[in-house]
Design a binder for this molecule. Structure first.
Ligand code: NAD
Length: 475
């Protein structure tokens, strides 16, 4: 069995206390690796390494930093097959999906910020004959990056790439459920020529080492992606020390289908936005709101298409969906399906755990629930969607906005004015019209309400990971 180590100061090292946690493969339900259960001593070592590396990394020319990050992007591409295999075993997602999306996107994240930093410029204001103001944007120092399990290397790299590009040194923690590809990144960073101590990767429990990273006086900014409850603790802890904090949290995203939509396209894409990655994407549309006039037709077609999905071994090319990330998560998902029945919902498809080793759950469609019931209000983060009727645009907007979340929304309509009107009325940081999950990495990414604070992506992330300093010169 593989036993992985922390990556500190450019080297793989055992945790100081010698404690490890089992890492279970969701596709088989068996332990396939052990990972460090890191402690404060490991964090202190990582911080010391980052402190030493900061003067080197932060003063390296932007051009050279950019070349190292481009090289890292190349190396991720070169190792696509190994990384995708590890991602799939670690998370339970289909291997084809890890190969097509997760790993290429991790490479794109580094490539994007390798280029973005070269093009990043700071602002200047000239008051003619009176004064000149310019804004210097310096790296912050040591920053903490904490990521979840659903898109392991994709989201890990989405945080650390801008932090590194801006010249910061990073102490990062992947989810303890899916640490394996982040672990492999250490070697690739060395091969890319990244100086020792610039990127440090610690493994372990969120409440222990995650919390310690947020609390450590040396980490001056925290970029966190995970659940809303955890984000609340992270935000409260970071603000005690006036740290910069970015929180990308949960969602309960509406997928609004108007009667004037392209129905075929809406059904096809809604199956994807419901069940891709076993529904374990924060951007999945878990509440489908359908206009009365097409409700029955949409429902019939949506069930037909969902029935075609094959849930199975992540390694098999024919599996549309793999395993859920853990037994505990599967039990949580199943408990929501049971709750939906108690709340008066009818299960139109799924609601069943597959009888095989591993954590497999059928894609599940529920109808007949009240908009305010828990199933329609709380994030389930699995392959479970509800179908809900609405009779007019006003009602659709009201129901869409009825949860505490505001991450993303999809709108299906061929009416251009309505598309804009509804987009502007829905309280979501990300709106897709007649599509889902398309992303230009230059755009700000993040949620409103309890889905988080701050925005990632593009120059937003470079600004977050920098300390602005205004210099004013009297003319
Ligand atoms: P989680 O909150 O349980 O854990 C996220 C990370 O935080 C893990 O690395 C965990 O170890 C760590 N952690 C836990 N407690 C901590 C603490 N007290 N201090 C510091 N770190 C701590 O979330 P999860 O179950 O891994 O991920 C699923 C959640 O993430 C869902 O709610 C999903 O919507 C959300 N998510 C959001 C986005 C987004 O961009 N908005 C993207 C992906 C996932």
């Amino acid at each position: 069995m593989q036993k992985i180590q922390n990556f500190i100061n450019g080297k793989y090292v055992d945790p100081m206390k010698g404690q490890y946690i089992d890492n279970v493969e969701p596709g088989t339900g068996k332990v396939f690796a052990q990972i460090p259960n890191s402690s404060q001593e490991d964090l202190d070592n990582a911080v010391a390494a980052a402190k030493d590396a900061f003067p080197i990394w932060s003063t390296m020319s932007v051009d050279k930093r950019s070349r190292i990050l481009h090289k890292l992007a190349d190396l991720i591409e070169d190792h696509l097959d190994d990384l995708a295999l590890m991602e799939s075993r670690d998370n339970g997602k289909p291997l084809w999906l890890a190969k097509a999306v997760d790993i290429p996107r991790a490479s794109s994240n580094f490539r994007f910020y390798a280029s973005a930093i070269v093009n990043f410029s700071s602002e200047a204001q000239v008051s003619e004959g009176f004064m000149v103001n310019y804004t210097r944007r310096a790296p912050i120092g040591i920053v903490g990056c904490i990521s979840p399990w659903n898109l392991p290397l994709y989201l890990f790299s989405w945080k650390i790439a801008p932090a590194l590009a801006m010249g910061n040194c990073v102490v990062a923690k992947p989810s303890e459920l899916t640490p394996m590809t982040a672990h492999l990144l250490g070697n690739l960073a060395n091969e890319a020529g990244m100086p020792a101590g610039v990127l440090n990767i610690l493994h372990g429990e969120g409440k222990e080492i995650g919390q310690a990273i947020v609390e450590h006086e040396a980490t001056k900014a925290i970029s966190f992606t995970g659940g809303t409850a955890t984000g609340k603790v992270v935000g409260a802890t970071a603000s005690q020390q006036f740290k910069k904090v970015s929180l990308e949290l949960g969602g309960k995203n509406p997928n609004i289908v108007f009667a004037d939509c392209d129905l075929e396209e809406a059904v096809k894409t809604s199956v994807k936005s419901s069940f891709t990655n076993q529904g374990e994407i924060c951007l999945c549309g878990s509440r489908i709101l359908i206009e009365d006039a097409i409700y029955e037709e949409f429902k019939k077609r949506f069930i037909e298409e969902t029935k075609k999905l094959k849930v199975g071994d992540p390694m098999e090319a024919g599996s549309n969906m793999g395993a859920l990330v853990s037994e505990e998560h599967l039990i949580k998902v199943d408990s929501y399906v049971k709750l939906a029945k108690e709340e008066g919902g009818a299960i139109l498809h799924g609601g069943i755990r597959l009888e095989k080793e591993g954590f497999y759950y059928e894609p599940t469609i529920i109808e007949g629930l009240d908009e305010n019931c828990r199933t329609n209000q709380e994030e389930i983060f699995g392959p479970v969607v509800t179908l809900n009727r609405f009779s007019n645009e006003k009602e659709a907007i009201r129901v869409a906005n009825s949860t505490r979340y505001g991450l993303s929304c999809t709108i299906w309509t061929t009416n251009l004015k309505r598309a804009h009107r509804v987009s502007h009325a829905v309280q979501s940081g990300i709106i897709w019209v007649n599509c889902w999950l398309l992303r230009d990495l230059r755009t700000p990414f993040g949620g409103m309400k309890d889905s988080g604070i701050g925005r990632e992506g593009g120059n937003e992330a470079l600004r977050f990971f920098s300390e602005p300093q205004n210099v004013c010169i009297k003319l």
